[in-house]
Design a protein around this ligand. Structure first.
Ligand SMILES: Cc1ncc(COP(=O)(O)O)c(C=O)c1O
Length: 443
């Protein structure tokens, strides 16, 4: 049989043009030797590879920047940390220390917030399914209940009877903000009049007071103007509720959705160009409140920003465990981290940084994970110099959603480290072991 010889592929013109915009594609290398001053090898030697690493300083920088953008324009603003974005206790504590209350979407997130010492009144309870007993407990504890649907409204009427109290509630509202596909799954629709009907129902039964209006228009929103429209619609609803039903709306909540500096696949320009600034978002929302406020008092403003406050503060260290040459000539690296840990790799191209400069020309490469699954691909086409077994890569930004959505599948979940503001690498989650995998099995 004739022996097939694989030749090194040449990169095509488009790849060349794209890569050469930032320097020679054959030589460019992004190198990162440390995170917040701690050597990446020192981190994996101590805590294992792969390893999630979070920077407290970066979280604080992102928080301060966004908070200042809002607070300098609008005094009464509070952030609610979106637990699902990253609910590791060590991370939630950082946000609570910075002044965030909690925003939760399930019973266990609610319990987590309570266990961290957050009082019910400082918990925003969102989400399309709130089990009855958990909803009742949240009502008893004075949480901010954001009603998603008419079934939940029914439950709350029953709870009001059972507890013999009038319940303060907010409703979730979905709407057209010019962003498609529209997120219409959550809450009551604005344009169809459903949101109005929900308010009417609240006041017909007299078992609840409407004190807040909430919307979450989507995630990774690249158009700040959508928030201007969303705020305008909430303010109009506020006016109606106050005029027609004598409601006293204490707050409006614009949810989350501000984009982080991730590189969305299919978008050629860099995040620095396409992602609105903190000021853009703040200007859009606060101007619309001032413009449309018809009451004596301005409403309190809540935001439930997730990804924009943590994505860039999170890194994943992953080691090359082997490589092979694929039939199309590309170099295929096997990493010890894959889609099990990087759920967001479907949508984003990560920054890939090397632990040192490598000799040799870059060549088209593929980054595969360690799973026995064909879809376990982190990067399908990336120019890399010849790496060795043991080369350590830093992938970023990965701070939002990746840890909470990571799968317990085939491999143990890795440890998580927080680099504190005083430069200490603090273990906030241990690496899983067989006991974690078998936990709660009864055979
Ligand atoms: C109700 C609610 N609030 C806040 C967030 C956080 O969104 P983001 O991470 O896009 O800021 C989400 C996420 O989808 C959400 O569903």
């Amino acid at each position: 049989m004739e022996k097939k010889v694989y030749t090194k592929p040449t990169i095509n013109k488009i790849e060349f043009a794209m890569a050469s915009k930032y320097g020679s594609p054959l030589r460019t290398q992004k190198v990162r030797r440390d995170i917040d001053g701690i050597d990446v090898h020192e981190l994996t030697e101590k805590f294992g590879s792969p390893l999630f690493v979070f920077s407290e300083s970066k979280i604080e920088e992102l928080y301060t920047k966004l908070y200042t953008a809002f607070n300098s324009r609008y005094k009464d603003v509070t952030f609610g940390w979106s637990y699902k974005t990253n609910y590791l206790n060590g991370i939630c504590k950082v946000f609570h220390k910075l002044g965030s209350i909690a925003e939760v979407v399930s019973e266990f997130e609610y319990q987590k917030a309570r266990a961290l010492g957050i009082e019910g009144k400082d918990i925003i309870f969102n989400g399309p399914y709130k089990p009855y007993n958990d909803l009742k407990l949240a009502v008893k504890e004075g949480a901010k209940i954001h009603i998603d649907n008419f079934f939940e409204l029914n439950d709350l009427e029953k709870i009001a009877d059972e507890l013999n109290q009038t319940i303060n509630v907010a409703i979730r509202v979905n709407m057209d903000t010019g962003i498609y596909p529209q997120w219409s799954r959550f809450g009551f629709n604005y344009e169809s009049g459903e949101a109005y009907d929900a308010i009417k129902r609240i006041y017909e039964t007299g078992k609840m007071n409407l004190v807040g209006l909430h919307t979450h228009i989507g995630t990774f929103m690249l158009d700040a103007n959508a928030y201007r429209l969303a705020t305008t619609k909430l303010m109009m609803l506020k006016e109606i509720a106050e005029k027609e039903f004598n409601a006293e709306i204490e707050y409006i909540d614009l949810g989350g959705g501000f984009a982080s500096k991730s590189h969305l696949k299919g978008i050629y320009q860099s995040p620095e160009v396409v992602v609105p600034t903190a000021e853009d978002y703040a200007e859009a929302i606060t101007n619309a409140i001032y413009e449309h406020n018809k009451s004596k008092r301005l409403p309190k403003l809540y935001l439930e920003t997730g990804r924009a406050l943590i994505d860039e503060a999170g890194f994943l260290l992953t080691s090359v465990v082997g490589y092979k040459r694929f039939p199309d000539g590309k170099k295929g690296y096997i990493l010890d981290a894959g889609v099990n840990l990087l759920y967001t790799s479907t949508w984003y191209n990560f920054n890939v940084e090397l632990d040192k400069r490598y000799e040799g020309e870059n060549e088209p490469s593929v980054l595969n994970g360690p799973l026995c699954m064909n879809i376990d691909v982190i990067e399908e086409n990336i120019m890399l110099p010849p790496l060795d077994r043991g080369s350590l890569l830093t992938l970023s930004p990965v701070g939002a959603y990746n840890y909470t959505q990571s799968m317990q599948f085939i491999r143990y979940k890795p440890a998580v480290v927080l680099i504190t503001k005083n430069g200490e690498a603090k273990l906030i989650k241990e690496i899983d072991d067989l006991a974690t995998i078998n936990y709660k099995e009864v055979e």
